[in-house]
Write a protein that binds this ligand. Structure first.
Ligand code: SAJ
Length: 406
C-alpha cells in the first residue's frame, strides 16, 4: 500500500492516478475539511479530467483520512514556499510530514519526497529527521526524490505522458520506485541520485522563469520604441533554434514564481541572471498599472472606478490564484492609496478581494476600461461583449481591432 501525504494540487491527482491503475492507495491530509470533502465524493479543485479520474479511483477503493498509515511506501507531496526575506526554501511542511511519517513507518519502508525542493534540502533537513528517529538510511529506511512535473490545466494528460526523474541513493531502490510510477506513466523515467533530481526540477522551472522574463523585457523595449513584441517573437521563433515564451502581466502560481528563488537564496553570488529575471517578472504588474494610466490619459479618462481587471487566477482556465499577477497588481495599487480596481474571474466563486464581481455582464456594465489579466476561454468566447469598451489585453487573448496591448 502507498500512503500519499498531502492531497493538494499534486498529491491528489497523483494518488488518484495510482489508485486507478491498480495501486492500493490511502491519501492523508491534515486538513480535516478537505478530507471530508473528498470522502463526501467531491474533488477540491477544478482540473480537466480530474472528476473522471476521481470516480475511477473511488471505484478502485482509494481511501482518504487525516491519519498517517503503517505501510511500506510513503509519497510526500506538500507545499514548499520560500522565505520572502532570505529567498531560501522554507521546508517546514516537508519536515513536519516526514516527522509524522517517522512516528508510524515500519523498518524497510521507502519515503519518496515529491515536493519540489532546492538541491541539498533532503540532505540538510530530511536525512537528519530520519536519523534522529533511530533509523539508518539505506538499511531501515529508503529515501527517494521523485519531483512532479505536471502543468496545471493539463495535469491528467501530463501525469500519464511526461518523462519523470527519480533520485535515489541506491539505484536498485530507484528502479523499484520507477516501477511504481510506471504503473501509470508512459513517459521515460530516468533514475539518478537525489541531489541531481532536486536540481533538475528547480532548473526546469528556472529556465521557464528566465525565458518569460526575457519576453517581458522585450515587451518593455518594444513598448518604449513602438514595436510589436508579439510579431517579433513570432518571427524569431520561426528560427529553428529560438523559442521565446510570451510576455504577460506577471508570473504567478506556486512554481515558476517561487522555485528560482531557492537558487538565489542558496547561491546569491552566483545567480545574477536568475535574480534579475525574477525582478523583471515581479515588475510586470506595476508595468500594467503604468499602461493603464497612459491609456486613460490618451483616452481622456479620469475615473479609476471605471477600470476593471478581468481575471484573478495565476493563468488561464485554472482556479488557482496563488501569487497571481492580479493580486500582485492590486497590492501594488494599494500602495498608491487609490480605491481598489474592480475585478471579475469566472473561476473564483468566493469573495477574495474588494470590488469583486461574480457576473461577467454586471462587471462589464460597470467598467469602461477592461484589462484582460488572464485569457480564460470565457472571455475569448465572449469577445463581442467587449465591443465599445477600451481594452488593455495583457495576454494577447483578444483580437478586436483597436485594443491596447502590453
Ligand atoms: N506565463 C507567461 N508567459 C508564458 C508562459 C507562462 O507569462 O509564456 C506565466 C503564466 O501566466 C503564469 C506563470 O507564468 O502566471 C506560470 O505558469 P506556467 O504555465 O508557465 O507554469 P506552472 O507554474 O503552471 O507549471 C510549471 C511547469 N513547469 C515547466 O513548464 C518547466 C510544470 O511542468 C511544473 O510541474 C510546475 O511548474 C510545478 O509544479 O513545478
Amino acid at each position: 500500500m502507498v500512503n500519499v501525504i498531502g492531497l493538494g494540487y499534486i498529491g491528489l491527482p497523483t494518488a488518484l492516478m495510482m489508485a486507478s491503475h491498480g495501486v492500493e492507495i490511502v491519501g492523508t491530509d491534515y486538513n480535516a475539511e478537505l478530507v471530508a470533502t473528498l470522502n463526501a465524493g467531491h474533488t477540491t479543485f477544478k482540473e480537466a479530467g480530474l472528476d473522471e479520474l476521481f470516480r475511477a479511483a473511488l471505484d478502485s477503493g482509494i481511501k482518504f483520512t487525516t491519519e498517517y498509515q503503517v505501510t511500506d511506501t510513503y509519497i510526500v507531496s506538500v507545499p514548499t514556499p520560500y522565505d520572502k526575506f532570505s529567498k531560501k526554501i522554507d521546508a517546514c511542511y516537508v519536515n513536519a510530514a516526514v516527522k509524522d511519517v517517522m512516528k508510524v513507518c515500519p523498518k524497510g519502508a521507502t519515503v519518496v519526497i515529491e515536493s519540489t525542493v532546492s538541491p541539498g534540502t533532503i540532505d540538510r533537513f530530511v536525512r537528519p529527521i530520519i536519523e534522529e528517529n533511530g533509523f539508518v538510511i539505506g538499511k531501515d529506511i529508503n529515501l527517494v526524490h521523485a519531483p512532479e512535473r505536471i502543468i496545471p490545466g493539463n495535469m491528467v494528460y501530463e501525469l500519464l505522458h511526461n518523462n519523470r526523474t527519480i533520485g535515489a541513493d541506491d539505484p536498485a531502490i530507484g528502479e523499484k520506485v520507477k516501477k511504481l510510477y510506471a504503473s501509470f506513466c508512459a513517459g521515460e523515467i530516468v533514475v539518478t541520485d537525489i541531489k541531481t533530481a532536486e536540481m533538475t526540477k528547480v532548473v526546469e522551472n528556472t529556465f521557464r522563469a528566465v525565458n518569460i522574463a526575457f519576453a517581458n523585457e522585450l515587451a518593455k523595449i518594444c513598448r518604449h520604441d513602438g514595436m510589436d513584441v508579439y510579431e517579433i517573437i513570432k518571427i524569431c521563433n520561426m528560427h529553428p533554434r529560438v523559442n521565446i515564451l510570451q510576455p504577460g502581466p506577471g508570473v504567478g502560481g506556486h512554481c515558476i514564481s517561487v522555485d528560482p528563488w531557492f537558487l538565489v537564496g542558496d547561491y546569491p553570488a552566483l545567480t545574477k541572471v536568475i535574480w534579475e529575471s525574477m525582478k523583471v517578472n515581479d515588475s510586470m504588474p506595476e508595468f500594467v498599472l503604468e499602461r493603464i494610466h497612459d491609456i486613460m490619459k490618451e483616452k481622456g479618462m479620469t475615473d479609476l472606478t471605471r477600470v476593471g481587471l478581468y481575471g484573478l487566477t495565476y493563468k488561464e482556465n485554472v482556479d488557482d490564484y496563488r501569487e497571481s499577477p492580479t493580486l500582485q497588481l492590486l497590492e501594488c495599487q494599494e500602495k498608491h492609496l487609490a480605491e481598489p480596481l474592480k475585478v471579475y474571474d469566472p473561476f473564483i466563486k468566493k469573495d477574495l478581494v474588494k470590488n469583486q464581481y461574480h457576473d461577467l455582464d454586471k462587471f462589464l456594465a460597470d467598467v469602461d476600461l477592461v484589462v484582460i489579466m488572464v485569457g480564460h476561454n470565457e472571455i475569448k468566447e465572449n469577445m463581442d461583449k467587449l465591443v465599445g469598451k477600451v481594452v488593455l489585453d495583457t495576454r494577447k487573448a483578444c483580437s478586436l481591432p483597436g485594443i491596447y496591448r502590453l
